[in-house]
Write a protein that binds this ligand. Sequence first.
Ligand code: GFB
Length: 362
Amino acid sequence: NSVSFDPSGYMVYCPCMGRFGNQADHFLGSLAFAKALNRTLVLPPWIEYRYGERLPKIVPFSTYFTTAPLLEFHKVIPMKTFMDSIAPYEWPSKQRVVFCYMARGDSKSCNAKEGNPFGAFWDSIQVDFVDSEFYGPLHHDVSNEDIVKTWKEIYPPDKWPVLAFTGAPASFPVADENRHIHKHLVWSKDIEDKAKKFLSSRMPKGAFIGIHLRNGVDWVRACKHIPESPNLFAAPQCLGYRNEKGNATAEMCLPSKEQIVKQLKKAIKNMNDLAKVDSHKTVRAVFVASDNHHMIEELRSALHKLKVTVVKLNTPDPHVDLAILGKSNVFIGNCISSFSAFVKRERDSRGAPSLFWGFPVT
Ligand code: GFB
């Protein structure tokens, strides 16, 4: 067959933590890790959870993203190609050892298939493991050259052609130095087309502000931890990785209606001031993405004097929401949410402006 084998080896992992935003953070770190070790990264599928369904849905990587731009950064291979053309020869069933930092649960193994989504993920590619390998105290922070060297010494590709990880060999949130890799994450034609179709058919011509309202019950619960977690989840994206720009607040996590309206009006006014010299910049619409309550009626009535349309997708679709938010003239997101962080990174890679609810604290 035409798939060429990489003598430097492969790396495969289960994106077993969190939902899309978390998995995207982990993907960037894992790709950086694979690059540091000079191994081909097997593109993981996305793991999705449906309310009321016991098993998660396993979605091919390419459903949402294009492979070619990733190759500009590092060697990657689709999961199916790897399983069909590489694994049978380089990673036969009897040699499938799984890596983890230390034993999971109360066993002497990685227990890589124990629990959800662990079992479902490896089952989806028909992989069972014969043994576990604990790599601790070695770790995945490859910003340190010695660590890279140690990985290569202990696990050379001729003896270990495939490193399979129980979870992503990456940090959450994504390390600061890996954020830039996001520019290689380009939406698939399908997602891009859906976003463009919505923009051309449902949005007035002109500038628009994209906002992310993360306000479902899981989020309300998570925000209760803000007082003891000053850098919760994706918060470093606005507060800095060492809280250089302050601590997370309840208003950043779950902004009030007053806060949202105040910031939106200000953003619209700023844009419209710019529009005095460039009329293309006049704000015509606000696009709302949310996991729960879009506040469409509240926002329409609060903004009616500003002559803007307030819109959302007819059918919920997180990836199309993200793609549209990425294209907005100004984005206002949730600093704590990794879903917002996805948009912020994409926009940063193009120099497009982003703001956050309740930040900076005034
Ligand atoms: O993406 P995500 O990891 O971001 O998880 P957070 C939130 C999920 O909620 C998304 C849905 O993957 C979507 O499925 N969602 C959130 C949305 N915002 C929107 C939106 O604007 N539009 C649509 N259509 N869907 C973390 C979780 O979420 O929240 C953690 O990953 C944990 O596992 C924590 O549950 C409480 O960082 O916001």
